[in-house]
Each structure stands twice: as C-alpha cells, then as structure tokens.
Design a protein around this ligand. Sequence first.
Ligand code: NAP
Length: 357
Amino acid sequence: MKKIPVGILGATGVVGQQYVTLLSNHPWFEVRFLAASASSAEKSYSEAVGDRWHSTLAIPEKIGAMRVRRLDEIEKAINECAFVFSSVNNETAKLFEERFAEHGLPVLSNASYHRASTDVPVLIPEVNPGHIDIISLQRKNRNWSKGFILAKPNCALQSYMIPLTPLHNRFGVKKLAITTLQAMSGAGYPGVPSMDIVDNVIPYIPDEEEKSEQESLKMWGHLTELGIASEKNIALSVHCNRVPVLDGHLACVSMELEQKPHPDEVIHLWQTFQGVAQELHLPSAPAQSIHYLFQKDRPQPRLDRLAGSGMSVTVGRLRPCSLFHYRFVALSHNTIRGAAGGMILNAELLFKMGYFA
Ligand code: NAP
C-alpha cells in the first residue's frame, strides 16, 4: 500500500516528538512535513530539537534530517500532505488551525481551542466514534469542502472515559467524583520548574477542571441538527493535581450508576470490552483497551503506563464506596494514549472511513 503523506505542526514539542517516534514506522502514514515556531524553522529537525529530545529512543534518522518549516508555509503543506496532526499550543492553534482547514487540509488537533465548538468532534474511538458524523455539519457551517478540524480530549480524560464508557452504555452513569494526579510531561517542555514540583504536589492546573468536566459530558452527548449536545443528566466533579511523575496520568474515580451491578460484572465488562478500534483492527489499537489489575497497589505510573505500548488504560482497586456505588483507580500514558498515540488511532479510524480520500 502506498503510504499517506502527513504533516506535524508543533513537531518539536513534547507531543510532536511523540508523533515523530510513533509515526516513524507507521504502516499507513509517512511524515512529509514538519512545522514549529520561528526559532526552529529552517533548521534540520535534529538541530531544532537539540537537547530537548524527550524519548529514550533516538530521533528517527530520516525525520531528523528533514527541514522544519514555519507554520505559515501552508501551500507547502497542502502540496505534501493529505492531512496534518497539530500539537501546537492553544494560542498558535487559534491563529493557524482553521487556516489549514479552509485551505482543504484536515487538521487533527491536540490543542483545546476547538474542543468546545459544537460542530467539532472530540474523539476517542472506543468512546464516541459516532461523533465523526458531525464533520459534515462543520463543513457546511464553515463552507469547507475537504478540510475539517477534529480534536481529542484533554490528556487526563482517556484514563477514566475509556473504562467508564462500557459501564455508562450498560448501566448508565449518574454521578462521578474524580481526582486526577497528572504527570509533569502534561505541561509540555520545560513545563513546571523543578523547584516547584520536586517534593511537592500542585493542586491547580489552569482551566483543567472545567475542561475535564465539559469535555466528558460532550463526549457522552448526542448529535443534533445544530451540533453535538452535551449530556445533561450526569453530575460530575473533577479535581486536577500536578504530581512529580514524568509520564502517566492517574485518576481516582467514585461513581454512582443508574443500576448497581455486581463488581464481578464490572470487571468482566472491562476485561471483554472491544471498541471500534479493536473491531477494525486499526494498527495502533491495543488488543485490549482496558487491563484490569488485581494487585492491591496497582496501577502505578512507573510500572503500568506502557501497557499495550502506552495505548491501554490500566484499571485497579474496584471497591465499594460509602458515598457512591464504587471506586476505582485508572491510569493512561498522557503523551501516547492521551496525545499522539490517541490521535494517530483517530486518524486510522478516519482513514478507514474514507475521510482522507
Ligand atoms: P510544547 O512541548 O510546549 O510544544 C509546543 C510546540 O508548539 C513546539 O513544537 C513549539 O515549537 C510550537 N510552537 C510554539 N509557539 C509557536 C508559534 N508561535 N508558532 C509555531 N509553532 C509554535 O507543548 P506540548 O506538551 O507538546 O503540547 C502541545 C499541545 O498539545 C498543547 O496544545 C497541549 O495543551 C496539548 N496536549 C499536550 C499533552 C501532553 O501530555 N503534553 C497531552 C494532550 C494535549 P518550538 O519548539 O519551535 O518552540
């Protein structure tokens, strides 16, 4: 199969580097265009990243030698790519992502800027694949024929939305209280100063709690003629904390359901859950999206974040809750499942559905 040429906007950042690593041997996609800020432009990718390279794996040779472009070199991107992954910061997303889409290039965005728009899907294939259909309304609203914008949720959401979705589909989620313990790489590079985070927990991540609540309810919402209508019947409260962990966001979840299942049923649902990504055998789909761990002290970021090559969510400690029905702990890798890997999975699903033809 001839590979589909793709671009990465924000290729030099923490998430951009994860894209470079994950796409270097991808069976369907090939990186042909890299863009970043003016301070990286015109340099080779290796030179632009320099000592900011985050992975223990080396920079793939071919990509390391590619020239980094400015973000306004849109014509070049159009000539070279079928679509672009965007991992720029929010301010830059606001200035550039729509410009790429109006020029006919689909933009798969990691930034939060477009996530609240009712005609933009916020996608996890195992959670809300049907939301892709809103793209036709988006194109109509904005008079775009080929381009579109698709987002994925905040990096903490994959840890709890993936295990909660099969329970929501079967028993109905009614109330949720969630506390996240989020890794330092979630703040980009250089991120939180080491003097602030070592020997510490920071109980505040700007806008993160609001985004976590709104995006979860949007993802469980339904499509209308006017756009995606968020779910209104679930009470949800999220606390977000930054902790001194390199990679891996942990979520402690208390849940009340419309119907209370037996705990064995919950674990069975998790262990047997297969979403559209597994049914279609997408290349980045883990065999199991959810791994339930029976050890009392798991999941742990250092031990479990690379489950399913960083694409599976590990869940443990399902137990009764004195306020709600049950409590559990869930973990996902924030730069793989929560960012680049999750978006590559979205791209694979879109490709299968003919969106890059
Ligand atoms: P980052 O490490 O700060 O990287 C930002 C990228 O944007 C770099 O490539 C940077 O290029 C580029 N950039 C900055 N200003 C620019 C400008 N004016 N014009 C063009 N390019 C510019 O951030 P990150 O952690 O990778 O996050 C990227 C996006 O993904 C953010 O929107 C973030 O909220 C979201 N996200 C992050 C995570 C995570 O776990 N880190 C997870 C999910 C979503 P230079 O290197 O040239 O400055």
